[in-house]
Design a protein around this ligand. Structure first.
Ligand SMILES: CCCCCCCC/C=C\CCCCCCCC(=O)SCCNC(=O)CCNC(=O)[C@H](O)C(C)(C)COP(=O)(O)OP(=O)(O)OC[C@H]1O[C@@H](n2cnc3c(N)ncnc32)[C@H](O)[C@@H]1OP(=O)(O)O
Ligand SMILES: CCCCCCCCCCCCCCCC(=O)OC[C@@H](O)COP(=O)(O)O
Length: 252
């Protein structure tokens, strides 16, 4: 019998190895098929990553996919619990959708390369000024290139079963581009995944894509309200999906 700590380390190492090896094999395919950095590579990446869940006994129960069917671009916001989220992301990711990620991800070898080829937008979280500039550029191009953008508004991983306060970048982006915000909520991983307790077993994750929130006519003055509204809706949904109905009531 392996100790829980060793067992946990082995499973996480296997996950990372799977990412590194699959990225190294998938990158040449992306280059051959699409010739370079483009969101079209996400279709290839998605196909590969969607097989990962079987190695870890994870199941996804998805609701509300029809809410992605908006005309034109949109900002998708979701909760961010762990590096495992990448599997949940690929499970529902619509076509022509890029993610915003921290620039440190570029330096993870083959994983960095595949993330780059997939069109991920890199931001420097330590410099609000430069992050804002990158996001303003994205606000302009998402309409001309008709892409959706996926942002984790908590700005970092958080595996507590609750949400961190939201950063405002995603909502500024939505208002600047005058496109809807589509919230996506993943149920809490705490029952099957907890690094502090060396817990990583098989498990079921509920995913809900919520109805789009329109931003037509909103200005930068409305960004705080929009952020709060999204936060409250997502927090209620998180508690409902994770089976804490009383907390959901409290926060409403
Ligand atoms: C084939 C196999 C392959 C396997 C391998 C895997 C392959 C997988 C492939 C592909 C998957 C890729 C997966 C990528 C996942 C990556 C996840 C991450 O990296 S998450 C971290 C980075 N993301 C964020 O941080 C975004 C969220 N953050 C924000 O949006 C922030 O707002 C940010 C960074 C823009 C600024 O950060 P602040 O910490 O300064 O935050 P604030 O408090 O919001 O802003 C300060 C002030 O600036 C204003 N502000 C912010 N943005 C503005 C804007 N655009 N315009 C005007 N004002 C703005 C705000 O209103 C605020 O001002 P007032 O407090 O309201 O007065
Ligand atoms: C040469 C070095 C090789 C290193 C191999 C690393 C392999 C990593 C495999 C996991 C890939 C999963 C990518 C998902 C991205 C992700 O989820 O990143 C977390 C964050 O953005 C949040 O940042 P943080 O503030 O650190 O929580």
């Amino acid at each position: 019998e392996l100790s829980p700590a060793v067992n946990f380390a082995l499973r996480i190492s296997f996950y990372c190895l799977l990412c590194v090896v699959s990225s190294a094999l998938t990158a040449p395919v992306c280059l051959l098929v699409n010739g370079g950095r483009t969101v079209k590579n996400m279709r290839i990446i998605k196909t590969v990553v969607k097989t990962f869940k079987y190695f870890f006994g994870l199941r996804f129960e998805v609701k509300g996919l029809e809410n992605f069917k908006v005309e034109g671009p949109a900002i998708i916001v979701s909760n961010h619990q762990s590096i495992l989220d990448m599997m949940g992301l690929m499970e529902v990711l619509p076509d022509d959708c890029v993610q915003v990620g921290k620039k440190e991800l570029m330096y993870t070898g083959s994983v960095g390369l595949i993330i780059y080829l997939g069109g991920v937008i890199f931001i420097n979280r330590k410099s609000t000024t430069s992050a804002k500039m990158v996001m303003a550029e994205v606000a302009k191009t998402m309409t001309t290139e008709n892409v959706k953008v996926w942002v984790y508004p908590e700005g970092t991983r958080n595996c507590t079963g609750d949400l961190l306060p939201f950063k405002k970048g995603a909502f500024h982006l939505a208002v600047q581009a005058q496109v809807p915000v589509i919230p996506v909520v993943y149920s809490s991983f705490t029952t099957f995944y907890n690094p502090k307790k060396n817990l990583f077993t098989s498990g079921k994750i509920k995913v809900e894509v919520l109805p789009p929130i329109e931003t037509k006519g909103l200005t930068s003055d409305d960004v705080s309200d929009l952020t709060d509204r999204c936060f409250r809706t997502m927090r209620e949904t998180l508690f409902r999906l994770s089976g804490h109905p009383s907390e959901a009531k409290e926060s409403s």
